[in-house]
Ligand binder design. Structure first.
Ligand SMILES: C[S@@+](CC[C@H](N)C(=O)[O-])C[C@H]1O[C@@H](n2cnc3c(N)ncnc32)[C@H](O)[C@@H]1O
Length: 756
């Protein structure tokens, strides 16, 4: 869900999949060594703490000695070797080398402003009133022109401030003397010490993909609400206007990037030629649909358990990204997107944990017990804003805790939360412990989930001792079961608007075969099932697939099939199977699509659920839970009645896999595509691959341009990849709309209809 930078818990995309990539696994060490990027970046843990548990097997360099150049000959820009100062002097004599070794030592012990403390001038300076258009490169040029030496600099476009770190007082003082008061483009520069907190926040803002710069002059910006909901201070209509302008830019960029990707001898598609008539946009844009609920709209919040600045145990949000040096957690007060129920439960758990003997997770040592707290809410009926069901998930790391102590603590926390629910008259339907041993709090969907019993008096729906492992919500008049790790849109009422629009644009009828790619619990496909011949849902999370089958059953929907697997692995065979069925008059396919498994349709109790979640072979589940119902019916559904195939994709923030893009491009039966996206940047990149006409030139050409792939933007990579796309008819963007699913944050969901 939302923002890697602020807190993993609040990113729009809640795939719940994948632990951090930078976690080194011993067994992979050899393979990593052959990786061209092995040891080409500095290890952040080693840099900060002087050691790293992966030791020699770490894929990242422990200090500048170990650092290797990148395949294009450049150095990690955060390293001394990659700093502009070093680069400009790297050809220097061996005398300089001795100095460099000294620098490395400083770098490895965490150096920086701390050494400038104790009354000494800070080594981290904030330069104010710089030109807004300047990037770091412009700033570096100024520093180099003035002969100033520095370790690193950060300047974002559209910000008037920059941060520069110096190696020693002498360099810092010299920079202040040279730059403070300097007249630059009719502004007088000001150089001040960067306060550690702002330094950290700036690092986070600069490295994140959000426009979330913090003005050091604004003391209020230490407020966690500024980090979690940075737009909250703007009136809502201005937030919508800001998002509208940003989406317009994306729509313009599609035109520019497709033009750029095309070779000059290929005629421009009509939609590109018509863009001028639309003010540069690639297609009609229907603006941004407002969220029906603007405050407290989130039905899911993930709270980090950690320490406040003064060492108090807190259940709240991280001030920034730990890798960027931030591990402070602040209470979620005044975060306008968080519901009151979530705030209340967070406080309740915080009270419990403050008295617990077990430690909270410490990111610097990767040890501790209490880690993350998730609150998920479901409404009683459609349109009803009353929350009827709440699921609480407490994530812990039980490593090193005696079994009996651990179980006692589970019991205690369960009792405490259940009693609190009764006292506070709050619903409590599901209460689970998630055991997770990884370094990052992002547990994989197959981590162990233990349902705790909820006493009779707690909870509004489930009574008696025992616990269910799911909650329910309503979208477009349908009831949905939601498992702990399954994705469900966090703003339910806005999701209804999104799904309705997507369905209206898809041009559906009873002869349509609808593919719902990345279907989660089946929400989109099931809400549109009555308008099509058949829905095929594809989803990689097994628990979500089980939910989707159950949701079809709860709502009496019979024309939907859901498959568990990665779209890139299973979509081709599903298209083959279901379209082949249509071609064969008996409509029966002999084989299941390769690598796919239809999930069980039966309701799962918590034991069965955890067998799905612990990654047991889903076919075993199918066998254990009985044969697939409606087998006979399934054979009839495809028999020659589909006159159109529509694909609706709703991928995670990273967008669609190249295999899926190629399949969409090359499958001759797919003429209409509805792309639902929570990340306009990846939609843009994917649309470049889908919409650029074939014949764009030599695939090898340009491969070496602008450094290696790690230096290119997603859209730059897409322009490159489109050159190897097999000759095929391109899609044209037809119309786009955005739906504001995330008021007060910079995020926005959008839909683009593409046809050919
Ligand atoms: C943005 S959510 C959309 C879910 C659903 N359409 C909804 O609105 O509730 C993306 C979903 O894609 C799934 N997913 C991520 N990568 C996938 C892949 N490669 N193949 C299939 N599903 C994937 C995630 O598990 C998640 O459920």
């Amino acid at each position: 869900m939302e923002d890697g930078v602020v807190s993993a818990s609040l990113l729009p995309d809640e795939t719940g999949t994948g632990a951090r990539e930078d976690v080194t696994v011993t067994g992979e060490a050899e393979q990593k060594k052959t990786d061209a990027l092995f040891k080409t970046s500095l290890c952040s843990y080693f840099r900060k703490f002087g050691s790293c548990r992966h030791d020699l097997q770490c894929r990242y360099a422990h200090g500048n000695d170990e650092l290797r150049p990148r395949p294009d000959g450049t150095w990690d820009p955060t390293s001394l070797k990659g700093s502009p100062a070093h680069t400009s002097e790297s050809q220097l004599s061996s005398k300089r080398k001795g100095q460099e070794e000294e620098e490395e030592e400083h770098d490895d012990d965490g150096g920086g402003a701390e050494r400038g403390g104790d009354g000494m001038p800070s080594l981290r300076k904030c330069i104010q009133d710089l030109p807004l258009r300047w990037s770091s490169e412009d700033l570096n040029k100024l520093l180099a022109d003035k002969g100033l030496k520095f370790n690193s600099s950060r300047k974002r476009k559209h910000s008037s401030v920059a941060f520069v770190e110096f190696e020693c007082n002498e360099h810092a003082i010299s920079a202040k003397e040279t730059l403070d008061g300097l007249l630059l483009k009719s502004k007088v520069l000001k150089v001040v010490d960067a306060a550690p907190r702002f330094w950290e926040m700036q690092r986070v803002a600069v490295l994140g993909d959000e426009e979330r710069l913090v003005d050091p002059a604004d003391s209020k910006s230490t407020d966690i609400s500024d980090v979690v909901t940075p737009l909250a201070k703007l009136p809502y209509d201005q937030q919508l206007e800001k998002k509208r302008a940003e989406i317009c830019q994306v729509l313009k960029k599609l035109v520019r990037n497709v033009r750029k990707a095309m070779s000059p001898n290929v005629p421009l598609p009509q939609w590109v030629m018509d863009a001028k008539l639309r003010g540069g946009l690639c297609c009609e844009f229907d603006g941004v649909v407002a969220s029906p609920l603007v405050d407290g709209y989130r039905n899911k919040c993930e709270f980090t358990i950690g320490h406040s600045v003064d060492g108090k145990r807190i259940v709240g949000f991280l001030l920034g990204n730990f890798r960027e040096g931030l591990s402070t957690v602040m209470e979620p007060v005044e975060c306008r997107n968080v519901s009151s129920n979530a705030q209340i439960y967070a406080k309740a758990l915080q009270n419990f944990i403050q008295n617990s003997e077990l430690p909270v997770w410490d990111k610097s040592t990767n040890s501790g017990f209490w880690r993350l707290f998730t609150v998920r809410e479901g409404r009683a009926t459609r349109g009803d804003s009353n929350v009827a069901e709440i699921m609480l998930i407490v994530q812990v790391c039980p490593t090193g805790v005696e079994e009996s102590i651990k179980l006692k603590e589970y019991d205690h926390v369960g009792q405490a939360l259940a009693s609190f629910a009764v006292e506070a008259h709050l619903p409590l339907s599901a209460l689970l412990i998630q055991e997770h041993l990884g370094i990052s709090n992002a547990a994989s969907p197959d981590s162990l989930l233990l349902p705790l019993s909820i006493p009779q008096s707690a909870g509004s729906e489930k009574t008696g001792r025992g616990s269910q492992s799911f909650i329910h919500d309503y979208i477009c008049n349908l009831r949905f079961r939601i498992s702990p790790t399954a994705f469900f849109q966090v703003n339910t009422t806005a999701a209804e608007k999104l799904y309705t629009l997507a369905g209206d644009w898809a041009g559906l009828d009873s002869h349509t075969l609808l593919f719902d790619v990345c279907c989660g619990t089946g929400t989109i496909g099931l809400t549109l099932a009555h308008r099509v011949g058949m829905v095929i849902g594809i989803e990689m999370n097994g628990a979500a697939v089980a939910d989707a089958w159950t949701n079809a059953e709860i709502n009496g929907i019979k024309n939907c099939r859901f498959f568990c697997g990665k779209a890139e692995d299973v979509m081709q065979s599903l298209l083959d199977e279901y379209l082949m069925k249509e071609e064969h008059s008996n409509g029966v396919a002999d084989k299941e699509p390769k690598g796919t498994v239809e999930a069980p349709t039966k309701f799962l109790d918590s034991t069965e659920l955890s067998s799905v979640q612990t990654g047991d072979d889903a076919s075993t589940n199918q066998n254990e839970l009985g044969s697939h119902p409606e087998d006979g019916e399934k054979e009839n559904l495809g028999s020659g009645k589909f006159t159109s195939v529509v694909v609706l994709v709703d991928p995670p923030r990273s967008g669609l896999h190249p295999v899926v893009l190629k399949l969409l491009r090359t499958h001759e039966r797919i003429h209409r595509l509805v792309y639902v996206s929570c990340n306009p940047d990846t939609l843009l990149a994917n649309a470049v691959e889908l919409c650029t006409p074939s014949g764009t030139g030599d695939p090898g050409k340009g491969a070496g341009q602008r450094g290696g792939p790690w230096r290119r933007s997603a859209v730059g990579l897409a322009r490159q990849r489109v050159k190897s796309m097999p000759t095929s008819s391109p899609f044209s963007p037809v119309k786009a709309v955005a739906v504001d699913m995330f008021p007060h944050t910079p995020h926005c969901e959008m839909i683009m209809l593409m046809e050919r």
